[in-house]
Write a protein that binds this ligand. Structure first.
Ligand code: ZN
Length: 279
């Protein structure tokens, strides 16, 4: 056989196939099935159907899932032959892997998820390309850390140290070993992105407009009219009665014209969320 033929066969073995019949057991293989939005990560031809995949000896569930393009941070439940396992599970020939994203309404009592402890508070850290989304999240009252000059290493370390969920458009960043909680932002548009985040992390009830300093990402403290008066234009001190102040930078905020535009934006975002009629 010519060298070219060997190369061709090599490529065939690496082909992802949905058909087991051609594989006569030369190498061990498993069948994977991805559910719901995890299909977004797969090549178009492999979505929403069983995917048969060969694997090298010692391969873990995490490795084969990520090899297909699905970051492990997107996975919340992993079943092998209907038993719940974690990412370090070592594959066995013929295993059937069912891979699920975060559950919003399904009853999975009795099954353990891949992460035993949820993050206590939903806090985010955003990569350098998501500055507009970071501002919007802070505007909506969420703890969203963002540094325009931060590199990936620094971002990952901060996420780990401060238990923050990494938000990024870079799939490779989510595949890093140190990233335990992360989400790949799908939309390109900041307003859609903020709706996407609120929906994905079920945060609609936690929205608190005017809750944080846009500069410092710190929760604002109430401030009396008297204390605010010397720090704001005179007419503002006369017209408005509610003020808050940033404990870090000292800036004073009131519900002026920007408040109305924030409320309008919040209404737009909410209108795109499920269950918006009741809110
Ligand atoms: Zn501030």
């Amino acid at each position: 056989m010519a060298a070219d033929d060997y190369a061709k066969i090599g490529r065939m073995i690496n082909v992802i196939s949905t058909d087991r019949s051609w594989n006569d057991g030369a190498m061990p293989s498993v069948t994977l099935r991805f559910y719901e939005e995890l299909n977004d990560f797969l090549p178009a031809g492999l979505r929403k159907k069983p995917v048969v995949r060969e694997y090298p000896p010692g391969c873990t569930a995490k490795a084969i899932i990520e090899d297909l393009g699905v970051p492990h941070t997107e996975v919340d439940l992993l079943l092998v032959n209907r038993q719940s396992v974690d990412f370090s599970y070592r594959l066995r020939d013929g295993d059937l892997l069912s891979v699920y994203p975060v559950f919003e309404s399904w009853d999975i009592i009795g099954l353990s998820r891949v992460r035993s402890e949820p993050l206590r508070e939903t806090r985010f850290i955003l990569d350098v390309h998501l500055g507009k989304l970071a501002r919007l999240l802070v505007m909506f009252g969420f703890d969203a850390s963002y540094r325009s000059g931060a590199d990936d290493e620094e971002l990952v370390r901060t996420a780990r140290r401060e238990s923050r969920i990494v938000l990024t458009r870079d799939r490779g960043l989510l595949k890093r070993r140190l990233v335990t909680h992360g989400y790949l932002v799908r939309s390109d548009h900041p307003r859609e992105q903020v709706a996407e985040i609120i929906k994905r992390f079920d945060l609609a009830r936690a929205v608190h407009l005017f809750g944080r300093c846009m500069r410092c990402n710190i929760r604002l403290a109430p401030c009396t009219r008297e204390a605010a008066a010397p720090l704001v234009p005179r007419v503002v001190g006369e017209v408005y009665s509610e003020f808050s102040r940033c404990p870090s930078c000292g800036r004073v905020f009131w519900k002026g014209s920007h408040w109305e535009s924030m409320q309008k934006l919040a209404a737009e975002v909410r209108s795109g969320l499920p269950g918006s009629d009741e809110r």
